[in-house]
Design a protein around this ligand. Structure first.
Ligand SMILES: NC(=O)C1=CN([C@@H]2O[C@H](COP(=O)(O)OP(=O)(O)OC[C@H]3O[C@@H](n4cnc5c(N)ncnc54)[C@H](OP(=O)(O)O)[C@@H]3O)[C@@H](O)[C@H]2O)C=CC1
Ligand SMILES: N[C@@H](CC=O)C(=O)O
Length: 328
């Protein structure tokens, strides 16, 4: 049976999710693709940290161990921040590895360059997990663009913010209690200020903008507001009026064909499609020229939803590249 050798960069919430799914779905993947997928190396920052038990996999804190292994076909990236992630992925592409990333901070800034580089080296880039966790928004927009034109995308793109707003409204939790809960569940970023200031949703919006419109607006021109100024009482008072705060990221082409974007909390009524989206769920409304309006809803963060988006990218790469993946 031919095998695909994979490396995972980062073994926190997301990296571990990828590993677990690959182990749990080993036989199904083999059956559906004809390939076994073997994780051969995992990159971490601190090798002494206590982790789940892993057999027959090199655990390293030196990326060169991965880069210099000629057997590796695919690199999953789930580390934190734009560097060294961007450098590592550029080097992996140079070695003709396919790359699959969950790192939106890196991808919002360097995604277009990585895509160009990958095209030049004839490898694939999977980035479904960068936006809306397990919700297949990247694949959906890619498919829509084949015969349609996107006019506007708006949605809840940060699971942590939505989880916090829901807990404050439903349970009367304080902002800090709700944030601590989101961190404990693995939803929040290593630096949770990215979640609650709106920066994480902004970066996801920029990734969607590159995909849907082939460009990003000037970052400075997009107002970004978070949820960190909202009080539990604000949410409860709104609720009494049958209104809810949602943290909404929005991008559209104006009448002059210029991209406009906003990110921030919005008070919405019960007829709005985002009214009922609670907890860690994300929801994205895509308006197109021919299809009209489409809404996708699902878990926007967490180990298994995010891991599953990365495995979906892997399946796509295998199916597209069966002919060129050289069996080891
Ligand atoms: N959590 C989520 O639900 C989602 C997260 N993401 C993105 O996925 C990525 C990972 O997130 P998450 O798993 O939550 O983060 P964690 O903080 O749980 O894990 C990060 C992992 O990366 C390793 N790491 C960090 N920096 C480096 C480095 N410079 N070199 C080598 N290893 C490094 C850490 O090593 P060590 O274990 O030794 O500390 C750790 O294993 C982030 O970019 C995040 O934005 C995307 C979608 C959802
Ligand atoms: N911290 C992020 C994780 C997924 O992208 C979020 O809460 O949405």
């Amino acid at each position: 049976m031919p095998s695909i050798k994979a490396a995972i960069l980062g073994f926190g919430t997301v990296g571990e999710g990828v590993y677990r799914i690959l182990q749990e779905k080993r036989e199904e993947i083999k059956k559906s693709t004809g390939f076994t997928v073997e994780v051969v190396s995992i990159l971490v920052k601190d090798k002494t940290k206590k982790r789940m038990s892993i057999q027959d996999v090199q655990i390293t804190d030196d990326f060169r161990d991965i880069l210099n292994n000629p057997e590796i076909d695919v690199v999953f990236e789930a580390i934190v921040g734009d560097e060294p992630a961007y450098t590592y992925l550029s080097e992996a592409i140079e070695k003709s590895c396919h790359i699959i990333t969950a790192n939106k901070k890196m991808f919002a800034k360097h995604g277009p360059a990585l895509m160009k580089h990958a095209e030049f080296r004839s490898v694939q880039v999977g980035f479904e997990a960068t936006t809306a966790g397990g919700v297949p928004i990247i694949r959906t927009v890619t498919n829509l663009l084949a015969g349609d034109r996107v006019k506007r995308i708006q949605g809840i793109l940060n699971g942590t913010s939505n989880f916090i707003l829901t807990k404050m409204r439903e349970e009367g939790s304080s902002f800090s209690q709700a944030l601590a809960d989101a961190q404990q569940k693995g939803f929040a970023e290593a630096d949770p200020s990215d979640d609650v200031t709106g920066m994480d949703a902004f970066r996801k919006l920029m990734i969607l903008s590159s995909l849907a419109f082939g460009q990003q607006p000037d970052w400075e021109g997009v107002p970004v507001v978070g949820i960190d100024h909202l009080q539990t009482i604000d949410l409860i008072d709104a609720s009494k009026e049958n209104l809810r705060y949602r943290h909404v990221a929005d991008i559209w082409l104006d009448e002059r064909g210029k991209l406009q974007g906003t990110v921030g909390p919005v008070l919405i009524g019960e007829n709005h499609p985002l009214f009922s989206i609670d907890g860690v769920d994300n929801a994205i409304i895509v308006d197109t020229e021919y299809l009209g309006s489409l809404t996708l809803v699902g878990p926007g963060a967490g180990m298994y939803p995010t891991g599953s988006a990365m495995i979906a990218d892997l399946m796509h790469i295998i199916r597209r590249h069966e002919a060129v993946l050289i069996p080891n």
